[in-house]
Design a protein around this ligand. Structure first.
Ligand code: C2O
Ligand code: CU
Ligand code: CU
Length: 460
C-alpha cells in the first residue's frame, strides 16, 4: 500500500457516529425504490443566466439546470423523453454501458425523435457514479443552448456523504446582456473550438453553497461544455480525487490540478474544514485561477475525525491483454477545407480519424465503421493526436482502461469513457468489446465532432 492510500485510510480511521444533523441537503437522494421513472421534455424556455437579463434557451422540462436523473446501480430506470423542439433529437446517456438500442444515436441506434413524439428509454445501469445526458443531434445548438443534465447512479450498496453535490460546468455563448453570440465560428472550430464567455455552475454564475464543518463532502464535477477544458483546483481544503469519468479509482490521491475536458467528470472528496473557511473551486487559465464556485463552511455538531467513505470499484470487464488485438487511431487535420455554403447545411471539414472525416449519416446511408471488433475480445487502442489542440476522445457503450499516457506506463491504470489527448499526445487504452452494436467514437469538443472528428466502431 503506498503512502497516499495509507493517508487516505488514516483520514478514515475513526468511524463516525451517525450524525443527528440534517445534512444541508444539496442533492435529493434516491429512496429504496426498485425502479426509477422520469419524464423529460425538451422545450424552448427562458432563463436568467446573466442576472437581470432573460435569455431564450432550450431546456429539459423548461429548466436550467436540467433535472438530475438519480437512480441506482443494478436497478431499472425508465425515462420518457418528449420532443417539443421544432427539430428532431435523441438523448444519449454519456458513459453508460447499456444496450445500443438505448444509446440515443440517430440512425445507428434509433430513429430520431421527431417534434411532438415521445420515446421511452429503459435500461439498467451496471456502474455507479457521475454521468450525464445530452442530445446527439444538432449538438452545437442543442447542447450549446442548454440541453445538458446530470445522471447520477448511486452505488448498489449506498455510500453516504454529508454533502453530495453535482457541479455542472458550462460556459454560455452570451454577451453581458444575455444575448446569444455565435455558437460556432469556423476559424475557431479548426482550432480549439468556439469558447463561450459566461461561466456557470449548475446554471448559476459563481454560486456559493454551504458545507457543515467536519462533514464529509463529495463533489461531482461534470464538464457539459461544448468546447472548454477546465483545469480544476480547489483552495482551502485537503481534497482527494476519488473517481475519474464516473469510475472510482483504486488509490485516491490528493488533488493538485485535474483537467476536465468536454464530456469528462471528476469526483473529489474532502472533509469540510473549520467553520468560517471559504472553499473555492477554481479553473486555471495559464498561471491564473478563476472562480467557478465557492463553499461557505458553517458550524455544525459533526465531531472532527470523521472518515471519508471509500467508493467501490465499478464492474469493468477484465482485460485479456495476452490475446488482445491492437488498433491504431490517428487524429489529425483535414487537408482540404471546404467552406460552409449559405444554407449553413454544409459544414466544413477540419479533422480526420485515420484519414477519414465523418461523412454524415441518414437512415439509408450509414458509412462504414472505423473498425469492426469481435464480440468478447480485448482490444488495445493506440490513440495518437497529431494536432496542436487537445481532443477528449469518447467511446460509447464501453469503458477504456488507460494503460499508458504519452509513452509513460501508468502505475495504476484508470477507467474512463473519454481519453484526453493533449497536443501531440498519445495514449494506450484497452477494453473488452463486450457490448454488441455500432458505437459512436468521437471527439467531445462538439465543433470538432461536427467538422469531422467522429466515427463509429462495430462490435459483432
Ligand atoms: Cu457525450 Cu457521443 O457523447
Ligand atoms: Cu457518450
Ligand atoms: Cu477534438
Amino acid at each position: 500500500m503506498d503512502t497516499s492510500r495509507r493517508q487516505f485510510i488514516k483520514h478514515s480511521a475513526f468511524l463516525s457516529a451517525a450524525s443527528m444533523l440534517p445534512a444541508c441537503t444539496l442533492i435529493k437522494k434516491t429512496d429504496d425504490k426498485t425502479s426509477y421513472v422520469y419524464d423529460l421534455t425538451l422545450e424552448p424556455a427562458v432563463a436568467e443566466l446573466v442576472p437581470g437579463y432573460q435569455t431564450s434557451v432550450l431546456g429539459f422540462n423548461g429548466k436550467i439546470p436540467a433535472p438530475t436523473i438519480y437512480c441506482r446501480q443494478g436497478k431499472k430506470v425508465t425515462i420518457r423523453v418528449t420532443n417539443k423542439l421544432d427539430e428532431p433529437t435523441t438523448i444519449h446517456w454519456h458513459g453508460l454501458r447499456i444496450p445500443v438500442e438505448m444509446d440515443g444515436v440517430p440512425f445507428l441506434s434509433q430513429d430520431p425523435i421527431m417534434p411532438g413524439e415521445t420515446f421511452t428509454y429503459e435500461f439498467t445501469p451496471p456502474d455507479a457514479g457521475t454521468f450525464w445526458y445530452h442530445p446527439h443531434m444538432n449538438s452545437v445548438k442543442q447542447l450549446g443552448m442548454g440541453l445538458v443534465g446530470m445522471f447520477i447512479i448511486e452505488e448498489a450498496d449506498p455510500v453516504t456523504f454529508d454533502h453530495d453535490q453535482a457541479l455542472m460546468l458550462k460556459h454560455w455563448h452570451l454577451d453581458a446582456q444575455g444575448h446569444w453570440k455565435d455558437l460556432m465560428i469556423p476559424r475557431y472550430s479548426a482550432r480549439m473550438g468556439t469558447p463561450g464567455e459566461w461561466s456557470t455552475v449548475n446554471g448559476v454564475h459563481e454560486p456559493t453553497y454551504y458545507l457543515l464543518e467536519n462533514g464529509t463532502v463529495r463533489l461531482r464535477l461534470a464538464n457539459v461544455d461544448n468546447t472548454l477544458t477546465y483545469p480544476i483546483t480547489v483552495e482551502n481544503a485537503d481534497v482527494w480525487v476519488v473517481a475519474i469519468d464516473g469510475n472510482p479509482i483504486k488509490t485516491p490521491y490528493q488533488l493538485e490540478q485535474h483537467k476536465v475536458s468536454p464530456g469528462m467528470r471528476v469526483d473529489i472528496a474532502f472533509i469540510a474544514p473549520k467553520a468560517g473557511t471559504m472553499v473555492h473551486v477554481r479553473q486555471m487559465k495559464g498561471r491564473f485561477a478563476f472562480p467557478l464556485c465557492s463553499f461557505n463552511v458553517i458550524t455544525s455538531a459533526i465531531p472532527d475525525g470523521k472518515s471519508l467513505p471509500a467508493l467501490p470499484l465499478n464492474p469493468v470487464p477484465n482485460l485479456n491483454l495476452d490475446n488482445a488485438e491492437a488498433l491504431n487511431f490517428v487524429f489529425e487535420w483535414a487537408g482540404a477545407v471546404s467552406p460552409a455554403d449559405a444554407s449553413g447545411k454544409n459544414i466544413p471539414t477540419f479533422w480526420l480519424t485515420n484519414k477519414r472525416a465523418w461523412e454524415g449519416m441518414s437512415k439509408d446511408n450509414i458509412p462504414a465503421p472505423l473498425a469492426t471488433l469481435e464480440l468478447g475480445k480485448t482490444y488495445i487502442f493506440y490513440l495518437r493526436n497529431l494536432t496542436q489542440y487537445h481532443h477528449p476522445i469518447h467511446l460509447h457503450g464501453h469503458t477504456f482502461t488507460v494503460l499508458e499516457m504519452n509513452g509513460e506506463p501508468l502505475a495504476e491504470p484508470f477507467h474512463t469513457d473519454t481519453v484526453l489527448l493533449g497536443k501531440n499526445g498519445y495514449a494506450k487504452a484497452a477494453f473488452v468489446a463486450d457490448n454488441p452494436g455500432k458505437w459512436m467514437y468521437h471527439c467531445h469538443v462538439i465543433e470538432h465532432m461536427k467538422t469531422g472528428l467522429m466515427g463509429y466502431i462495430d462490435v459483432q
